[in-house]
Design a protein around this ligand. Structure first.
Ligand SMILES: [Zn+2]
Length: 87
């Protein structure tokens, strides 16, 4: 999940690193909340945009394919090709 988010940011030109990844496998005695991998944006200026991107992706969900076969991004609710609405 964290790596997926990292890839999303990378696609937008935002560099981020995953932290705590080693920890989760090495430190068995830590509670689960402490072990979860975290995504850190390297540039502070990117942090707000990164949050927006990840939030938008979460809201929109996955891409969808129209009945006519057109592939559309999750932000679209209507097919631009045939005009059909998302089921
Ligand atoms: Zn269509």
């Amino acid at each position: 999940m964290v790596h997926h988010a990292k890839n999303l940011l990378a696609a937008e030109g935002i560099r981020a690193v995953v932290k705590n990844e080693m920890l989760s496998s090495a430190m068995g005695e830590l509670p689960p909340a402490e072990c979860q991998a975290e995504l850190w944006v390297l540039t502070e200026n990117d942090a707000v945009r990164a949050e927006e991107i990840l939030h938008a992706k979460k809201e929109a969900g996955p891409d969808w394919t129209c009945g006519c076969g057109e592939k559309l991004g999750a932000q679209f609710t209507q097919c631009w090709r045939c005009g059909a609405y998302r089921a």
